[in-house]
Design a protein around this ligand. Structure first.
Ligand SMILES: [Zn+2]
Ligand SMILES: [Zn+2]
Length: 195
């Protein structure tokens, strides 16, 4: 077994217990989040809501990010921007500073090329993603958010009722159309229709 750093091992134990298995993308998620915490100068995993993370895909990767950052859907500190990419942007909502962390585009090839004779690719990824230094695995880039971060964070606990469907809308997600307070669905932005 690889002898990676103990803090990383603790997080991986936590995330694989939640996730059901340990897999390369989950490790990448953990590594990426830890690198983001360092770049932002913030301790991860966080117990407060200071950091908002935008993951660019769901799946194994997102579980690793959640465990290592302390940001998840249930805390309103994780959002999915589904670009199908193993990458995430971490925003310090206090300072507005943001970093996007992604795997190096050549990392998989380099792991394949450097694995010992006979080692399976999957096992090589598992090992490299735990042992290789950040710089060999990840790129960290300072970014500026094009999204309205305070709007996304919104006022917690605020609630109104949609004047069309009467369902409750929380977190300031209502829209006002012709003077009526509506939910996004009734305003014409629904993702479903009655069967
Ligand atoms: Zn997995
Ligand atoms: Zn409605």
């Amino acid at each position: 077994m690889p002898s990676a750093d103990p803090a990383l091992q603790t997080l991986l134990a936590r995330s694989s217990a939640l996730h059901g298995h340990l897999c390369p993308r989950q490790i990448l998620g953990v590594r990426l989040a830890l690198a983001a915490g360092r770049a932002l100068g913030l301790a991860f995993p966080r117990m407060d809501k200071r950091v908002l993370v935008f993951v660019e895909t769901d799946g194994c990767f997102a579980d690793g990010v959640a465990v290592a950052s302390g940001c998840w859907l249930g805390r309103r500190t994780m959002r999915l921007v589904d670009h199908g990419k193993v990458a995430a942007t971490f925003v310090d909502t206090k300072t507005g500073k943001a970093v996007r962390v992604a795997p190096r585009t050549d990392v998989r090839q380099r792991v394949k090329d450097s694995r010992p004779e006979g080692q399976k690719r999957y096992d090589a990824y598992l090992q490299a993603y735990q042992e290789w230094p950040d710089g060999d695995i990840l790129t960290v880039q300072g970014v500026e958010m094009k999204l309205d971060i305070p709007g996304i964070v919104s006022v917690h606990g605020k609630r109104v009722v949609c004047q069309a469907c009467q369902e409750e809308i929380i977190n300031e997600r209502e829209v006002v159309q012709d003077g009526r307070v509506l939910c996004a669905a009734c305003a014409g932005n629904s993702y479903f229709r009655p069967a």
